[in-house]
Each structure stands twice: as structure tokens, then as C-alpha cells.
Design a protein around this ligand. Structure first.
Ligand code: C2O
Length: 595
């Protein structure tokens, strides 16, 4: 057994709450954390792959839940008016590509990123590689051996040398990303832009995007085993830009922030706010942040992957991006130039010009893979509007192919896997290492306490810290109640008038007597971080972008000993950008852990 496997074995428990009411969960515990077991057995789209007995248990439980919560949960999960007409997002009409906008409302930046192919009739269903083709093994970029490095560099050298109109060229590969996030396409049949960020499409779309990119790189050097290394930013040694991207040659990109080339990536990185932390402090803080991300979002995939988007829905209609996407945004900002338009990595339209982008996404993809393993490869959303969402890519056989989300859940089917490396963030003692929360200590006198009131019914500009008293739907929840429903802090109506980048942080504390709270902000629940992105297509149009932010707080409340509190104090701390907040509340959302 490899060291990382046994490491995983010992860290299963922080995320896995044993409960005798649900014996099947305890029985399945080891597979949740065993990459090798789940890596080879994953059956992707079936809801689970357990024995008959367990299925029966599960079925019973589901019936009970549907009986008692059905109406409520159905409405909450599917949401909105268009529930009746909901259907999966389809690939855009390739012949209707338009000029994209990568600028801001005040300063548009029109970019031509349409592909050289426009003929929809040439699209065929993707034929997945057969199981006899080699399994590509993606390895950590900071540890790549000389042989792999040489091949990888050669592949990019050849890709860069291709004619710019060639769909395999780095130019065209980069433009694919621009097409799908800067408004070059409308959704098929709707006057609504395609957007593969800020929603549940993010992880599967990028999985396919880099899958084809990887296969094209391999084809260029005639090597079917070529695999995209991953920028292992979830491990302390991997948190700087991997040195191979700084070497002279095809992996280097000139349009990166020179100040950060050897710095440690902070998951809360913002170019306008210099950090006061040491590198080691950043590393530990990151690990703790990752730990919380998984712990709070394992029972509820929308927290990790992002909100649903269905055919015809506006991408910026108060949706929440997944926590992993938010962390991923930090790396984009960190690598890109600090000034607008933040080329290359700092702006979606230009990210794909940097080879580091694909390695960054190789790790994002890996983080999703790990998340799925920890959930026993249970399907993330058992919802055909997700599973049947489809995309078109240009593949390594010079063919336009159609793919569906349901077919990418198991990387084995795409014939790649990840080298097994340690997950230091899964360490159950990580919080201790990150330093104890200060919110537990009661201030000495009333003098240092402040009175806090509710957020109120109207939107408020976030120009200085907002502290609001928020009612919890239920206090003193029992263990089984916590397993059934996840407590989620929702910050909605986040409005960004000028489309620039925005970051704010969210803290939760328990109030002392009544409405009083100490000066300490409490425990960090997460942050909101958005890259600039734009898709106003017509000059003079104005657009209002609205987002929301959902943060799981079940574990956090336990950690700050606030489970007994009727209300909590939520603090929103502006870091960068012009933003207003619509409201703050707490929801209980049905967990999707064992159903
Ligand atoms: Cu499409 Cu890293 O973003």
C-alpha cells in the first residue's frame, strides 16, 4: 500500500460521520477514500454501485424523504418558473459565432475568437477511446521527470508552430475558451449567451476541453501516453508556479505577473491587496481552506460544483459557483498580469494562451475526481439537465465531436488517471496547525462589544464591512438532522455594476448576549472571488450581473460552538471591487450524501 493510500485511510474520519442509523455508510467508508478502488471501479452515471441490500436500504430512505420533503425539496432543487420547460444545455450553432467582448462596460475589448470550423453537419458523437488504449497518467508538474518533460515541451513546441488557423494550434485552442465564456455563442434556440463558468457545467466542460487538448498534444508527438501534468497547488510544495513553466521554451508565457513567478499562491489572492502573511502561513491557510471546502461540500454537490443551469437560463441570474471554482479563480488572478485586461491567465478570453492553464485545469479536474471518490463515486447530480448537457469539441482526429456530461464522470472512460499523491489538506489536525479560532473568547467588557442588527430588506453597497445578525432555521440540530440537511449560508443578489474583479470575505461568529458581538469577526466561512468577464454584445447595452454565494456552515458552527445559537453574526468584508449585496440568510438544504 502506498503511503498516500494509508494516509487517506487515516484521514477518512473527519469527513465521514459514522451514524448507526445508516449502516451502509459505515460499510462504504473505505472506498470513499481509496483512489485505487474507486479509480478502477467507478461506474459513473449509475447513482451508486452497491449491493442489493444496500440499494434497498437506500430506496427505503429515499421514499421516506420524498414522502415528507418531496414537494419542498423538489421546488428548492429544481427551482424557478421554468421548471416545467427545463432541458439540458445543448451545443451552440457553430455557424452563429460573433465577436466576443472581454472588456468592461466602461471599456469594451472586442475580440475575434470564432473557430475556423462553422459547419454543424460535420458533428458526430464522440467515440470514446477503447479500454485497450493506454491509460494516460497525469503527474504533478513540480515533480515531472526529464523524459516526460522533454515530450511535453516538444508537444507544445509543435502546437505553437502550427498555422494559427489550424484547430490544433495553441491560438485556436485558446480561442475555444474565449468562445464559451465571452459571449461568442448564444445557447441554441435562445437569446442567451453560453457560459461554462459559475455553474454546474464548469467542471465537466473543462474536463472535456483539456481531455481533447491532451490528446492533440499526444498526437503532435505521436505518443498516446502523453498526459497533462497537474499543477499540484493543493500540496505545500506545489503552491508556487511549477518551475518547468518558467524555463525557456514552449511552456513559458511572457504574459504573467512577474511579481508572482516564485511566490506562493494564496487561495484568497488578490492583486490589489498585498499579503502580510509569510509563505508558510499562506500554505497552512490554503490547506485549511481546502479541508473546509471538502468537509462542508461533500454532502451537497452544488456547493462544490456550482448551481444548476438549464437550457435558456441566463448565466448570471443569481447563481452560485462551486467552491472549487472560486479557489481556481485565485490561481488565474495570481498568474495573469495585474492590469486590465489581465492577460493571459487573468482573463478568460486569453487564459488558454498559457500552457500553465491546462495544467492548472488538470488539477481542478483532479480535485473533482477526488471529490467524487470521497463520495463513493455517487453521481453528483442525478438530473438529466446536467447529465445530458452536451458540448462540441474538435478532437485529435480532426473531427468535430459531440459529448455529454454523463460520459465524462469516470476519467477511466476517457483513458486517463492521476498519479496518486498525498493530500495534506485532508489531515484531520489541519485546523490546529492553522491556528485556533479566536472567536471563542468572550471580550472582557461590554465596551468592546458592538450591537448588530439584521441585514434588512434592501440591497446594501459593500463599501465597508457589513455585520448582520442572521436567524438560523433551526438551532441545536441533532446529528441525524445534520446528516439529513446541510446548513447553508446564502448571500444573494451580489451585484457587480462594472464587471471588474470582485473579492469579499465572509466570517461567521456567535453573538454574545442578544445582539451583541465581540470585535472579532469569527471564523472564515469562505470568500467570493470573481474574475472580470463580460459578454455585452452590443455597444450601449448595459447588463447587470448577479451572483450568489452559498457556503456550507454545518461544521463551522460546531467548530465555533455555535450550534446552540438561534442567530449568528455574519460579516462581509470587502477586499476589492464595486459590489452590492441583496441579502443574507441561512437555508437548510437536503443533503445528497446517501440518497
Ligand atoms: Cu474556464 Cu480556469 O477557467
Amino acid at each position: 500500500m502506498s503511503s498516500s493510500l494509508s494516509f487517506l485511510g487515516t484521514t477518512a474520519s473527519p469527513f465521514h460521520r459514522h451514524n448507526s442509523r445508516h449502516p451502509q455508510k459505515a460499510a462504504r467508508a473505505p472506498t470513499h477514500f481509496s483512489p485505487s478502488a474507486s479509480g478502477t471501479n467507478a461506474t459513473n452515471t449509475s447513482a451508486n454501485d452497491n449491493g442489493d441490500k444496500e440499494s434497498i436500504l437506500r430506496l427505503d430512505r429515499r421514499n421516506v424523504l420524498l414522502g415528507t420533503l418531496g414537494g419542498l425539496y423538489g421546488a428548492a432543487a429544481l427551482g424557478r418558473e421554468n421548471m416545467a420547460v427545463a432541458s439540458p444545455m445543448l451545443p451552440p450553432d457553430l455557424s452563429k459565432c460573433k465577436t466576443a467582448n472581454a472588456g468592461s462596460t466602461t471599456e469594451p475589448l472586442w475580440v475575434e475568437c470564432c473557430p475556423p470550423y462553422t459547419d454543424n453537419s460535420k458533428i458526430v458523437d464522440y467515440k470514446f477511446p477503447t479500454s485497450s488504449t493506454p491509460l494516460r497518467v497525469r503527474k504533478p508538474a513540480h515533480k515531472l521527470n526529464a523524459e516526460d518533460l522533454a515530450k511535453y515541451k516538444e508537444a507544445y513546441r509543435l502546437m505553437r508552430a502550427l498555422d494559427k488557423e489550424d484547430p490544433w494550434s495553441l491560438e485556436q485552442q485558446a480561442k475555444v475558451h474565449c468562445q464559451y465564456c465571452n459571449g461568442a455563442y448564444d445557447q441554441l434556440g435562445f437569446n442567451v449567451p453560453v457560459q461554462v463558468h459559475f455553474n454546474w457545467i464548469f467542471l465537466p466542460w473543462h474536463r472535456y476541453y483539456i481531455h481533447f487538448h491532451e490528446r492533440i498534444l499526444g498526437k503532435l508527438i505521436g505518443d498516446e501516453t502523453l498526459a497533462l501534468p497537474f499543477w499540484n497547488w493543493d500540496s505545500p510544495e506545489g503552491m508556487t508556479i511549477p518551475p518547468i513553466y518558467l524555463q525557456e521554451g514552449s511552456l513559458k508565457d511572457e504574459l504573467r505577473n512577474p511579481a508572482n513567478l516564485s511566490k506562493v499562491l494564496d487561495y484568497q489572492y488578490n492583486p490589489e491587496v498585498p499579503t502580510t502573511l509569510t509563505d508558510d502561513e499562506i500554505r497552512v491557510k490554503n490547506l485549511y481552506e481546502m479541508n473546509k471546502t471538502y468537509k462542508e461540500s461533500l454532502p451537497l454537490p452544488e456547493l462544490f460544483l456550482g448551481d444548476a443551469i438549464r437550457a435558456g437560463e441566463e448565466p448570471d441570474s443569481d447563481k452560485t459557483m462551486g467552491r472549487i471554482e472560486s479557489i481556481h479563480n485565485a490561481a488565474h488572478q495570481f498568474v495573469g498580469l495585474p492590469d486590465a485586461p489581465n492577460r493571459d491567465m487573468g482573463n478568460f478570453y486569453s487564459s488558454g494562451y498559457d500552457p500553465l492553464f491546462y495544467s492548472h485545469h488538470s488539477n481542478v479536474d483532479r480535485m473533482w475526481h477526488i471529490y467524487r471518490q470521497m463520495r463513493g463515486n455517487k453521481v453528483d447530480f442525478n438530473d438529466n439537465d446536467w447529465l445530458d448537457a452536451s458540448f462540441v469539441f474538435y478532437d485529435e482526429n480532426k473531427q468535430l465531436v459531440r459529448v455529454k456530461v454523463r460520459d465524462c464522470l469516470n476519467p477511466q472512460k476517457l483513458r486517463y488517471t492521476f498519479e496518486d499523491v498525498e493530500l495534506p489538506w485532508a489531515d484531520r489536525n489541519i485546523k490546529k496547525k492553522a491556528g485556533k479560532t479566536k472567536s471563542g473568547a468572550k471580550p472582557r467588557s461590554r465596551v468592546s462589544m458592538v450591537q448588530v442588527s439584521e441585514f434588512g430588506p434592501d440591497p446594501r453597497p459593500l463599501d465597508s464591512t457589513i455585520r448582520a445578525l442572521v436567524q438560523r432555521p433551526k438551532k441545536s440540530r441533532t446529528k441525524s438532522e445534520k446528516e439529513d440537511e446541510v446548513e447553508v449560508l446564502v448571500i444573494n443578489g451580489i451585484e457587480i455594476p462594472h464587471n471588474g474583479r470582485v473579492t469579499f470575505e465572509v466570517y461567521v461568529a456567535a453573538p454574545y448576549e442578544g445582539n451583541f458581538v465581540g470585535p472579532d469577526l469569527g471564523e472564515s466561512a469562505g470568500n467570493f472571488m470573481k474574475l472580470p468577464h463580460f459578454h455585452i454584445r452590443n455597444k450601449g447595452d448595459s447588463e447587470k450581473k448577479k451572483f450568489s454565494l452559498k457556503l456550507g456552515i454545518s461544521h463551522l458552527l460546531e467548530e465555533i460552538n455555535a450550534e446552540g445559537a438561534e442567530k449568528v453574526v455574519v460579516s462581509l468584508v470587502p477586499i476589492v471591487g464595486d459590489v452590492s449585496i441583496g441579502g443574507v440568510h441561512i437555508d437548510l438544504i437536503k443533503a445528497d450524501w446517501i440518497a
